[in-house]
Ligand binder design. Structure first.
Ligand SMILES: [Mn+2]
Length: 367
């Protein structure tokens, strides 16, 4: 186990930056139950944990399977190994606090059962305060140590893709290509794929989120390959579309239009622009090519510890891009019967523009 120290930004720990949200909620403490948020805040990577953050201290609750691991991984929080359930342990602490503590919680993450259990363990004194997306907002902006991890994960998937694609031949099953891709990721040091790899050939490539099947790749088909790897806890995500055989002028034209949309949206990225404006830039290019109706999803999304994070690059999204955000840019067109084309790069928002992290060729490969 290698310890990834929790990075401090300008002297403030991540937990301290989270505490800055307390007055606005308002809350006296925050209960963090989403494991990626817990990992982000204190470094713990186990599968069972709660993080309780008060204004002067923080406690990670986990179980006895993680005694050693917690000691190795956790910074900025005390560790409590719960003997009779994590919620119960936290409830015992809350029951001893004076007054009626205002407890912030993650409404999209805390289950009704957890809420009920804590309520009964703490003697119904808790004042619940919904605290949506606080940690997620911090996570959207990657600090220097995270930027290194994002670059490395993107470099890994670029290398894996280039190697695996060199061996692709008609007669191979989509599932076999996905298996090759995910095997190669692990050989290169990834802990696994950041989502189930998409390998979609022929008419199936018109399904933006196709699952690979036992369908064999055939000559004269489009092939969409969308995959990412998790390296030291951080996700990558990249899509390329290739053709088996010689593509028609129409298919080449579609490819160039999608590439132009991706490049135009990427060029629009800088701090201060709204996420929706990046989406609009991609959409405008495809509309000019009379392909707007075939672009049926948003232009991209943030990523990091999770494959989908803030911000979303979608229509009318008002969130302002900031230096340090990691984003995908992935326009596509999907035409029933013919197939689909998507080209996806990952970028980091720098002081003035976008740094493209994924490096596999964007030339239209005809294999
Ligand atoms: Mn993506």
């Amino acid at each position: 186990v290698t310890k990834e120290p929790v990075q401090r930004n300008s002297g403030r720990s991540r937990i301290d930056r989270l505490r800055l949200f307390f007055p606005g909620l308002p809350a006296d403490a925050l209960l963090v139950t989403h494991l990626p948020n817990i990992r982000y805040l204190c470094g713990f990577t186990g599968s069972n944990a709660l993080l309780y953050v008060e204004s002067l201290s923080a406690t990670l609750f986990t179980d006895s399977r993680y005694t050693i691991q917690a000691r190795e991984e956790v910074s900025d929080a005390q560790i409590s190994i719960a003997k009779h359930g994590l919620i119960k342990s936290l409830g015992n602490i809350l029951a001893r606090r004076p007054g009626r503590p205002r407890l912030g919680y993650e409404p999209s993450q805390l289950t009704v059962a957890q809420k009920d259990e804590l309520q009964s363990a703490a003697g119904a004194r808790i004042r619940w305060v919904a605290a949506p997306l606080g940690v997620e907002k911090l996570r959207a902006v990657k600090d220097a140590s995270e930027q290194v991890l994002m670059r490395d994960a993107a470099a890994l998937i670029s290398k894996v893709w280039t190697e695996v694609v060199a061996g692709i031949k008609p007669g191979t099953a989509e599932l076999a290509v996905a298996a090759e891709m995910e095997y190669a990721m692990k050989l290169q040091g990834a802990s696994g794929p950041s989502f189930d790899s998409i390998v979609a050939s022929g008419p199936r490539s018109a399904l933006p989120h196709a699952r690979p099947t036992s369908k064999l790749l055939k000559k004269n088909e489009l092939l969409v390959l969308d995959q990412g790897a998790i390296l030291r806890g951080y996700c990558s995500d990249m899509t390329r579309t290739v053709f088996l055989g010689h593509a028609s002028a129409r298919v080449r034209g579609l490819y160039q239009a999608v590439l132009e949309a991706k490049d135009t949206a990427t060029a629009a990225i800088r701090p201060g622009i709204k996420a929706g404006e990046v989406d609009a830039a991609a959409r405008k290019v495809l509309q000019r090519h009379k392909l707007g109706q075939y672009f049926t999803h948003s232009t991209g999304h943030g990523l990091g510890i999770e494959i989908h994070e803030l911000p979303r690059l979608g229509k009318n999204e008002d969130i302002m891009l900031q230096e340090g955000m990691a984003l995908t840019v992935e326009p596509g067109v999907y035409i029933q019967g013919l197939g689909g084309i998507r080209i996806e790069d990952e970028v980091l928002v720098t002081a003035k523009a976008a740094e493209v992290l994924t490096s596999a060729t964007r030339k239209f490969l005809e294999l």
